[in-house]
Ligand binder design. Structure first.
Ligand code: PEP
Ligand code: MN
Length: 346
């Protein structure tokens, strides 16, 4: 259930509505739109009577949300959510690109790649310190040491950090360094992790699970919003199908479908989505043409020597070509391509 408040509702009115909601055993969630203030209710709402809320002076309209997911739905908030990080805006008419290696391998490797990306104007830098690998014998990441290197990148290059939290135990440490906390495909339904991510004050990039439906993804995002963290980016990263010629099948259908159902920004990861570096540019363009708000792309200076996902990683040079194509494509799909730093070359 969602309560739309009158335009002139005061802070006191809002408090009154929140108290009323709480007294009925439900949780109120404030949703700020540019035009309207709404309060979404979660909890035992089915037995509630709409009329009870309409008796409050400041409540203009009461709406029942028909979907299973509530807070993530466009019914709760019609306009696109925009996530603000240190002057950068994600979502709405902004096109954002996150780039970097799959894993942090050494301080030197990280600085070499980050340096080239900064030259291209990329501000959001990705790199994994904790790596959830299919095999227990594969490189598991530099863990805490990796986080230290990321903190150095942030301090010395001024980049914004996107890195994965693999479990509830290390989420706090990861959140300290990151500007966006990534929750990986394999953890999309780790509900304890989702709940904890809902309590941090950092945006979360939630990747779609390998065999998860669009609704599963939206329900997982709901876990995070329900705890009070509304800064969630949904990410399509390919799903498992019978196809063997590609690593995964990038489900670009998900982009317009989710954009219609949810106000949250939708990103695409073409690197994991197709898993083959020379096809990443095509899928990047395809994703943006489909309406994606952003991309997360793996870039490595020595893909052949990468400790993980080298085969799907672009060299900085090839990545630069993608960026210049995206700059041309963005205005055609009514997007502003914002890199975050001034573009020095490219
Ligand atoms: C990654 O981004 O390197 C990663 C492990 O992604 P996913 O969770 O989508 O497999
Ligand atoms: Mn990877």
């Amino acid at each position: 259930m969602i309560l739309f408040l009158k335009l002139d509702a005061s802070e006191k009115d809002v408090e009154k509505v929140k108290e009323k909601v709480a007294s009925l055993g439900c949780t109120p969630h404030l949703i700020y739109g540019t035009e309207k203030l709404a309060i979404a209710l979660t909890g035992p709402t089915t037995s509630l009577d709409e009329e009870e809320f309409l008796l409050l002076d400041s409540v203009q309209e009461v709406l029942r949300i028909s979907k299973k997911y509530k807070l993530v739905s466009r019914e709760a908030k019609n306009e696109d959510s925009i996530i603000k990080i240190d002057g950068l805006e994600i979502g709405g008419d902004n096109l954002t690109v996150i780039a970097g290696p799959c894993s942090i391998e050494s301080r030197q490797q990280l600085f070499d790649i980050a340096g080239s990306l900064k030259e291209m104007g990329i501000r959001l830098f990705r790199a994994g310190a904790y790596k959830p690998r299919t095999s227990p014998y594969a490189f598991q990441g530099l863990k805490e040491k990796g986080l230290e290197y990321l903190a150095d990148i942030k301090k010395e290059l001024g980049m914004l950090i996107v890195t994965e939290a693999k479990d509830t135990e290390t989420l706090g440490l990861v959140a300290e360094v990151s500007d966006i906390v990534q929750i990986g495909a394999r953890n999309m339904q780790n509900f304890s992790l989702l709940e904890k991510a809902g309590c941090i004050e950092k945006p979360v990039l939630l990747k779609r699970g390998l065999s998860a439906s669009i609704e599963d993804l939206l329900m997982s995002a709901e876990y995070i919003l329900a705890q009070g963290n509304f800064d969630v980016i949904l990410c399509e990263r390919g799903i498992r199908t019978f196809e063997t010629y590609t690593r995964n099948t990038l489900d670009l259908n998900a982009v317009p479908v989710i954009k219609k159902l949810s106000h949250l920004p939708v990103f695409v990861d073409p690197s994991h989505g197709i898993g083959i570096w020379d096809k990443v540019p095509a899928m990047s363009m395809g994703a943006v043409a489909c309406g994606a708000d952003g991309l997360i792309i793996e870039v490595h200076n020595k893909p052949n020597e990468a400790l993980s996902d080298g085969f799907q990683s672009l060299t900085p040079k090839n990545f630069e070509k993608v960026l210049s194509k995206l700059s041309q494509l963005a205005p055609i799909v009514d997007k502003k391509f914002v890199r975050g730093f001034e573009v020095k070359s490219c």
